[in-house]
Design a binder for this molecule. Structure first.
Ligand SMILES: C[S@@+](CC[C@H](N)C(=O)[O-])C[C@H]1O[C@@H](n2cnc3c(N)ncnc32)[C@H](O)[C@@H]1O
Length: 224
């Protein structure tokens, strides 16, 4: 699946959403109500229907949920517009585009959102449109390249040991090159405390299944 085909598919889904748990719905982000996103009523049910329709497996629709790490980072950007104003921003592993959209709303000069999932690239496009902001999208894996931006944002990207092994060196290299790097991390237990400054901490309402606490404590981190 390429990004234009994924975009056409999401546009069809949005135009005729249906009424079940397998629909997309334009909704306020709980911790960032300034941003509205097309999210799945239930991402697992949406995924199951899309796979059944396609007749083959599809990547997990991470873009169809607003992850706590992204919500905290987006909140931080909107509450501290000096971080983004007039700067070139890259949102790595953008998912729905929440963080990228918050950066655009906070006055960034240019925002690029990157993700390897074509559906995420499409979701950023429809979500940027819904919030009337300009966000450029780029598909593909940037983790072996150098960052062309002033501010690099990574919301809920360090969610597995495999991701940490690839993403953390990329973030550290960018920081060493003089790029400001901010990470939104809900404490999934994979991020070493060493070499990380805690910039802020937010109580983000829980939207994930199987998490019983009503809020999740999320840190905004800066590698140094
Ligand atoms: C948990 S989601 C977080 C999405 C978003 N940043 C947020 O906070 O809502 C992780 C995202 O990482 C993306 N991803 C995984 N590996 C990647 C890579 N090598 N480069 C870019 N994105 C990647 C996935 O496709 C997924 O959209």
């Amino acid at each position: 699946m390429r990004s234009p085909a994924a975009l056409a598919e999401l546009e069809r889904e949005i135009a005729a959403p249906g009424a079940g748990l397998d629909r997309l719905r334009l909704t306020e982000t709980p911790f960032v109500p300034e941003v509205r996103l097309h999210l799945a009523e239930d991402a697992i049910v949406w995924w199951a229907r899309m796979e059944a329709d396609a007749g083959h497996t599809l990547p997990p629709p991470y873009w169809a949920s607003a992850w706590p790490g992204g919500q905290a980072l987006a909140r931080h950007l909107l509450d501290h517009p000096g971080l983004t104003a007039g700067r070139r921003v890259l949102d790595l592993a953008a998912g729905s585009g929440l963080v990228a959209i918050a950066a655009a709303l906070a006055g960034a000069e240019r925002v690029v959102a990157n993700d390897i999932d074509p559906y995420a690239v499409a979701a950023v496009t429809v979500n940027a449109r819904a919030n009337r902001v300009a966000v450029d999208v780029t598909a593909g894996d940037l983790l072996d390249s150098r960052v062309q931006a002033d501010l690099l944002l990574a919301g809920d990207v360090l969610y597995s040991p495999e991701m940490v092994a690839r993403v953390l060196p990329f973030l550290r290299r960018a920081a060493a090159d003089g790029v400001e790097v901010l990470i939104g991390d809900p404490g999934r237990g994979h991020v070493p405390a060493e070499g990380m400054e805690v910039v802020a901490s937010y109580p983000v309402p829980t939207t994930e299944p199987f998490v019983e606490s009503p809020v999740r404590r999320v840190q905004v981190l800066r590698p140094h």
